[in-house]
Design a protein around this ligand. Structure first.
Ligand code: C5P
Length: 236
């Protein structure tokens, strides 16, 4: 068993595993906002995000979306397929909020129908600038066919998660996902889907149930994440 740290991101660390084409993702308790401008450690956060991510990946697999998930191997450890990640942040928006209302004349809270798909270039040094199809293709990041596949998968992910969460009294405002190619070249969902990467509003009260609680100091982050995890994980 040789576990070697390959990469430490802002909230997750990636280790090699006993198998060349499998990796271990460790969900840490670190939380950051504003391009890493604010950082804290919230003990217990990693476990909630790991469990929610694993549950959502499993659900998405059941609905035909290929993901990197293999198994949750402990409270914060996820065994995943090794992917070569694409430097893209695919953002799906059902309701106008966040940077969309800061940068464009959308009114916060207004529905976006059909949902908007926006793709950002994942590069902190450039502050993740928004891409368009022409730039993505000119940079050779994916083929035209893969780009269509990414958008189709993102729409499918949105439908599955939006329906699940609506049934739990949660509005899926928007979320960010990342994709990679597996060893066979197949596009799969990687990274995480958690309260750090989704914007969630309580359907009844409109209260934030996600990282905005940390970003804008709206309340107790851990208990908010815990409430969302309890709703998503149900009786697990
Ligand atoms: O900040 P913005 O409104 O563009 O974020 C849209 C969605 O994408 C939010 O749910 C946010 O949490 C997520 N996001 C993310 N990582 C980023 C940028 C956005 O998880 N680097």
């Amino acid at each position: 068993m040789s576990e070697e740290l390959l990469y430490a991101g802002k909230a997750k660390s990636i280790y090699s595993s006993d198998k060349a084409d499998e990796l271990i993702v460790v969900f840490r308790d670190d939380i950051t906002a504003f391009d890493g401008g604010r950082k804290d450690v919230i003990p217990g956060k990693g476990e909630y995000n790991a469990k929610v991510s694993a549950r959502l990946y499993a659900l998405l697999e059941e609905h035909g979306v290929p993901t990197h998930l293999l198994a949750l191997e402990g409270p914060v450890r996820m065994r995943v397929r090794r992917l070569t990640m694409l430097p893209l942040e695919v953002i799906v928006r059902n309701i106008a909020a966040g940077s969309l209302v800061r940068n464009y004349p959308f009114v916060e809270g207004s529905p976006l129908d059909p949902p908007l798909i926006v793709i950002d270039f994942k590069d902190d040094s450039r502050h993740d600038p928004m891409l368009n199809d022409e730039i993505i293709l000119a940079l050779g990041l994916v083929t035209q066919q893969e780009l269509e596949e990414l958008k189709q998968l993102a729409r499918r992910v949105n439908e599955v998660l939006r329906d699940l969460l609506a049934g739990l009294g949660i509005q899926l405002v928007d979320f960010k996902i990342e994709f990679g190619r597996d060893v066979d070249g197949r596009i799969r969902l990687g990274d995480e889907i958690s309260m750090d990467s989704m914007r969630l509003w309580d359907s009844r009260t409109g209260a934030s149930l996600d990282k905005d609680v940390y970003r804008f100091e709206k309340g107790d982050v851990l208990s908010t994440y815990g409430q969302v995890a309890a709703r998503i994980l149900g009786g697990e």
